[in-house]
Design a protein around this ligand. Structure first.
Ligand code: GRF
Length: 195
């Protein structure tokens, strides 16, 4: 059974989708939901689902990224995390931290990478007039939003779409894609999944 820690910064809807999927014959179980924001809405959702939570507020560390990450690692290692799922986690990690967990760390990004790494992905897709958008699950490497792609899900961009309507359509697919990729990844299957 693989022990999964999930990193969040906000509402945690992807965390909820992952936790709800990790039951029965699933090869994983959630062991920790860790947030860099004490006010992250996902913390209460995790607690309601019976998953232990922790907060490492990045603000007191200021520019001391290594100090912040050492505290993250302390929680992750105390929980015995085998796999780490970034789910709406909005801190950029140093290469040193990534190296420590490389090969065991996933992220979901709300665009069809390699298009639109970084922020405001839906706005950029709309501004570009793209006919489709979507989300990507990839391995976390030192290069932001650029690790090996493990899965993608696509949605149409519809006339009259706003950032909000497109984000909502993509989020539905995120909640399908991430659990499906996590199951395969936990079993050592790194073949790309396209939903
Ligand atoms: C989602 O679009 C996710 O892809 C991005 O943050 C948004 C909110 O995620 N990283 P969640 O609801 O906090 O999982």
């Amino acid at each position: 059974m693989k022990r999964v820690a999930i990193l969040i910064s906000g509402g945690g809807s992807n965390m909820v989708a992952l936790v709800r999927d990790m039951t029965g014959d699933h090869p994983c179980r959630p062991v920790l939901v860790l947030s860099n924001r004490p006010d992250a809405g996902g913390l209460a959702k995790a607690a309601a689902l019976g998953v232990p939570t922790a907060v490492v507020d990045h603000r007191p560390f200021g520019p001391n990224r290594a100090g912040f990450e050492a505290e993250l690692a302390r929680h992750l290692d105390a929980a015995g995390a085998d796999l780490i799922a970034h789910a709406g986690f909005m801190r950029i990690l140093t290469p040193g931290f990534v190296r420590r967990y490389q090969g065991r760390m996933l992220n979901i990004h709300p665009s069809l990478l390699p298009k639109y790494p970084g922020l405001h992905t839906h706005r950029r897709a709309l501004e570009a007039g793209d006919a489709e958008a979507g989300c990507t699950v990839h391995e976390v490497t030192a290069d932001l939003d650029a690790g090996p792609i493990l899965g993608q899900a696509r949605v149409p961009v519809l006339p009259g779409d706003t950032e909000e309507t497109l984000a909502a359509r993509v989020l539905v697919q995120e909640h399908r894609l991430y659990p499906a990729v996590m199951r395969r990844f936990a079993l050592g299957n790194r073949e790309r999944l396209d939903l």
